[in-house]
Design a protein around this ligand. Structure first.
Ligand code: GLA
Length: 730
């Protein structure tokens, strides 16, 4: 009864306010683009416009809202409802679906109120919607970042029904488009094959990009996409939507072309096996969806996202990053104190800032001497490293470098003391044979006791070892054996609460340890989203460090992330390529090494030292400047990228010959982003000792105008050749 009265009251007040609000427009604006929402006569909220910012307020009343012609010319009652719900008059994919206490699966949302307030870099708009029959409320959030033309949006769902309701759809947002053609570029892959770009035209029906891996979530599909509006996606022209969802778990991004040829885009947590039981008065917060609409291709869109990330989202986005020497590719699990001390001196000899100790340093009853044992027991293996972490960080300090360490705290090997002590902390079926991925299982982060444990692992390492200056935080297994002992009969919450448990741990750690840089890693680049990057300073793009492959991988990730967030190491993958080629490729991101100096000839070591120094010299451009993708490896047998510092006094051009054809016609590379009226000196750097540049441009001065319009001859016909050009204003 009480619920009915409340529902009736809610209905009246919603209707009343809706009447007052008829024709109300909500403008969510950046400097160049805007999303216009409109409360229609029926009291519901519709998308009226998403595109270039409109100049005249008086034009708004001409925008259509609900009445749209069907393909047969008939007029339909449905419009572009902003958070379209199940059971309404729209027959396509909804944003939200709720089963209420009485079993009714419909929800109709009416506008209640909205307000906006300034936040750092933009404006935050909050809009409240409410059902007229059930005490269910949705709050839509939009932050519009003016200068970068980036939007961030998420939603909150809450209710006051007597018992839990079941959510089976809970989108972050919905966006609609009406164009003659839609072209989707997706970034899919696997271990060592991250972010392979492919495109297709969207036809009527649905295309869904999703993942069901739980943790290590983006191994097969990365949480971002590009959508060419009217034409295929291009780098320098055409309207393109670039979107990414901040969720380190199962996501789904649905693209549905309806009967009228309109497209809706629905980014969300993947509802797969996740009918979520939401208790009364609790808030279900969806992940943030970050997007930008570029009128001129992906180049400007990427630069906007990269600048936005450095300013507002990425952990320590404005800070510097440490170059490093890692030992994984070099030693694997086979090391001791003496060997590591030697590598710390090698790090110093290379001129990098830090030595990073990888997997294999922990476990006593079950030492981690391979990947079959030890995960979960985060005590140094005493027989291997008798002096503990302290001796290691002291040795690093003696060598003159910082010390970083690898952890994988969300996981456990069944061969571990942790598993013996707490088998109930592990995600696995009570009644089926257990199956394994990399011989390990995932800890049940839905359980607050497990969250405490994981927090404690990292907290203790840091508290006991002030010398630890960096973490590489890995996550090598998807969620397997999908059953949480903690959740009991609410298994529909597993995938979602597990990710929230991970965030809870990270948030607690960041509160206590705000400054420790951390690399996010997931068996390569299977974690790479903007929620996790609130806590991590950078991520590992791929275990594949073959420079040919890396050019594609880095190219792909660069569409959404700044070079500062992307770790790239010089390793022994594809030793048939020169150390120079490998290093030049890694120099386009956050530079590191993962090889032994005994692999290098004296002149190669000298070359690497100089390359590290050059990278540091040009880090205002590479780390904090603007990036221009000039020649695509997807379209050509070559690749080129340049970076320009914010004041345009410094630029660096990376050019690669991949697999040129015999007799191929070569074209000059036209740089971008320079000051056309300034003169720049071009100098080839990263040359092997004892060699001289063969480029005619080396040592010459050119105007920015010339470099951008005419360009430089940097390509050749031999495979695996690279050139790095320093371009410095005179
Ligand atoms: C993952 C990472 C590697 C390395 C290993 C260690 O595969 O991607 O870089 O850290 O784990 O086991």
């Amino acid at each position: 009864m009480k619920v009915l009265v409340l529902a009736a009251m809610l209905a009246c007040s919603a209707m009343l306010r809706a009447e007052e609000a008829v024709q109300k427009f909500i403008r969510i604006q950046t400097d160049d683009t805007e999303l216009i929402l409109q409360v229609a006569e029926n009291g519901r909220l519709y998308q009226s416009w998403f595109g270039e910012r409109l100049l005249h307020e008086s034009d708004l009343r001409n925008l259509p809202w609900a009445v749209r012609a069907g393909s047969d010319g008939s007029v339909s009652r449905r419009g572009w409802e902003v958070y379209s719900s199940s059971g309404n008059e729209d027959y396509f994919e909804p944003a939200i679906a709720v089963t209420h206490n009485d079993g009714n699966p419909s929800t109709w949302l009416y506008y209640v109120s909205s307000h906006s307030e300034p936040v750092k870099g933009g404006t935050h708009t909050e809009i409240t919607l409410r059902d007229d029959q059930y005490p269910v409320e949705v709050t839509l959030h939009y932050v519009a970042y003016a200068e970068e033309n980036v939007f961030k949006t998420w939603s909150e769902i809450r209710h006051h029904e007597r018992k839990p309701v079941t959510l089976t759809r809970y989108a972050s947002t919905m966006l609609y488009f009406s164009r003659p053609e839609y072209w989707l570029t997706e970034f899919s892959g696997d271990w060592a094959r991250e972010v392979q770009m492919s495109s297709q035209q969207l036809r009527p029906g649905k295309k869904i990009l999703d993942t069901k891996l739980g943790s290590r979530a983006a191994m097969h599909m990365h949480p971002f996409f590009e959508l060419g509006l009217g034409a295929p996606v291009r780098e320098d022209e055409g309207e393109v939507l670039m979107g990414t969802i901040g969720w380190t778990g199962n996501f789904s991004m649905t693209f549905e072309v309806d009967n009228a040829g309109n497209l809706r885009v629905i980014p969300a947590i993947n509802p797969y096996a996740s009918a979520y039981s939401l208790d009364p008065d609790r808030v279900f917060t969806t992940p943030e969806f970050v997007f930008t609409l570029s009128p001129d291709g992906t180049g400007p869109g990427s630069r906007n996202l990269q600048a936005w990330a450095r300013k507002y989202q990425l952990m320590d986005g404005k800070g510097s990053r440490m170059t490093l020497l890692n030992n994984w590719e070099n030693t694997g699990f086979d090391f001791d104190q003496e060997k590591l001390t030697g590598l710390m001196h090698e790090a110093a000899a290379l001129g990098v800032d830090m030595f990073l100790l990888d997997d294999g340093w922990f476990g006593n009853k079950y030492p981690r001497s391979n990947d079959r044992a030890g995960l979960g027991d985060w005590e140094v293996t005493r027989t291997k490293l008798p002096g503990g972490i302290k001796a290691l960080s002291d040795a690093a300090s003696d060598a003159g470098v910082k010390f970083g360490i690898w952890i994988e705290p969300e996981m456990v090997n069944p061969k571990s003391e942790l598993f013996e002590k707490h088998p109930e902390w592990v995600i696995r079926y009570p009644n089926r044979e257990t199956y394994y991925y990399r011989n390990q299982l995932v800890l049940d982060l839905c359980n607050p006791a497990v969250q405490d444990y994981v927090f404690g692992v990292v907290d203790r390492i840091l508290s006991e070892n002030p010398g630890v200056a960096y973490f590489k935080w890995d996550c090598n297994s998807p969620v397997t054996n999908i059953y949480s002992p903690y959740l009991k009969d609410r298994q529909g919450q597993l995938y979602i609460d597990h990710v929230r448990g991970v965030y809870n741990v990270l948030a607690r750690l960041r509160e206590k340890w705000p400054d420790v840089p951390m690399m996010m890693c997931s068996g390569g680049g299977a974690r790479c989203d903007y929620e996790a990057l609130k806590y991590f300073t950078e991520f590992w793009c791929s275990d594949n460090t073959d420079p040919f492959e890396r050019i594609y991988i880095q190219w792909g990730f660069s569409h959404f992330f700044p070079a500062k967030a992307m770790c790239a190491h010089v390793t022994g993958w594809n030793r048939s390529t020169s150390v120079k080629f490998r290093t030049d490729v890694a120099s386009m991101c956050k530079l590191g090494f993962d090889l032994g100096l005994d692999e290098l000839e004296p002149e190669e070591l000298e070359y690497c030292r100089a390359a590290v120094a050059n990278w540091k010299r040009f880090s205002p451009a590479i780390m904090d400047g603007e990036q221009y993708r000039l020649v695509s490896p997807y379209e050509c047998n070559h690749a080129a990228v340049n970076y320009v510092s914010a004041d345009r006094s410094q630029a660096i051009l990376f050019a690669y010959d991949l697999h040129p054809r015999y007799g191929e016609k070569l074209f000059p590379v036209r740089m971008q982003g320079l000051d056309p009226d300034r003169m720049y000196r071009v100098e080839e750097i990263n040359l092997m000792p004892g060699t001289r540049s063969r480029l005619a441009s080396d040592g010459q001065a050119y105007s920015g105008d010339y470099l951008m319009k005419v360009g430089l001859d940097v390509f050749g016909t031999l495979s695996g050749v690279s050139h790095v050009l320093a371009v410095t204003a005179l």
